[in-house]
Design a protein around this ligand. Structure first.
Ligand code: URA
Length: 269
């Protein structure tokens, strides 16, 4: 939960300037959860009701969208060459929406877009070990040695070797008629998703990582001699890409999803 200073919250809500709202607070005209609060520096839980002279104020809503990022769009506020996430998810008047982490230009799939700084920070913090699961297609033949190397922790030139990652081979070109997608998806609590009909590479797999290094998955496969040809994020922590969303579409998190992701209580953290 992100706490805010009461005077800042009221000024942001348009009640008046910082000094005007401080006077209103000191006069006892402001209540939080129906109780008068006279300290302008009061630390406010923004989910509580705030009233001025008995009138409920428009709050500063914390928003979090589940966005299906299409390939070809960049996770930046501005870009000269490509559409950005804000060509799809309209920025707020306060321009406070940002993406939680980044996906590469060609990567598609689940991206959270929010104005909740605390939530965003928590989900990308290396200490939180948030699981991120991707569907990947690569060139070359994926084998048990690749699975072992991912699990061991690859050295991709960072200061330390990577943490253990989970590689689940779904199919190689040779046995493409029998992909393991539905079995693995059930085991991993995912929608059974594959690019099977439009496959770009020789082999496809699900990969779960806990970190978020630059081009991490691309570099992990490259280290094993495989060129990444397609990447789609299916899960981030307890949140799963909604199969009813088409690329470029977004929706707010449901109450359950929001509680789950804000509480941090999930086996995917
Ligand atoms: N790893 C990558 O290589 N690219 C992404 O977009 C995400 C993870």
């Amino acid at each position: 939960m992100r706490f805010l200073r009461l005077d800042k919250y009221l000024a942001d809500a348009g009640l008046g300037s910082r000094s005007q709202v401080r006077q209103m607070i000191r006069r006892g005209d402001v209540t939080v959860d129906k109780r008068p609060v006279k300290d302008p520096a009061f630390s406010l839980d923004p989910s509580l009701s705030v009233e001025y002279q008995g009138r409920l104020l428009a709050s500063h809503p914390l928003t979090c969208y589940l966005f299906y990022k299409p390939a070809g769009c960049v996770c930046a506020a501005r870009d000269g060459a490509h559409p950005t996430i804000f060509n799809y998810v309209p920025q707020t008047r306060k321009k406070d929406l940002f993406s939680v982490g980044r996906l590469d230009l060609d990567t598609e799939g689940l991206l959270l877009v929010t104005n909740d700084g605390v939530l965003g920070h928590r989900l990308v913090s290396p200490r939180m070990h948030v699981d991120k699961t991707y569907y990947a297609e690569v060139n070359g033949h994926l084998a048990a040695e690749d699975v072992r190397a991912f699990a061991h922790g690859l050295d991709i030139g960072e200061k330390k070797p990577l943490e253990a990652a989970n590689l689940k081979i779904l199919c190689n070109r040779a046995d493409r008629s029998d992909p393991l997608v539905s079995i693995v998806a059930e085991e991993w609590e995912l929608e059974p998703w594959t690019n099977h009909d439009h496959a770009t590479g020789d082999a496809c797999a699900y990969v779960t990582i806990h970190e978020g290094k630059f081009h991490q998955i691309k570099r992990m496969f490259a280290k094993r001699g495989h060129e990444l040809t397609y990447l789609k994020r299916l899960r981030m922590g307890p949140l799963v890409l909604d199969p009813s969303l088409a690329p470029g579409q977004y929706r707010p998190l449901s109450k359950e999803e929001s509680d789950l992701v804000r509480s941090g209580e999930s086996s995917y953290f």
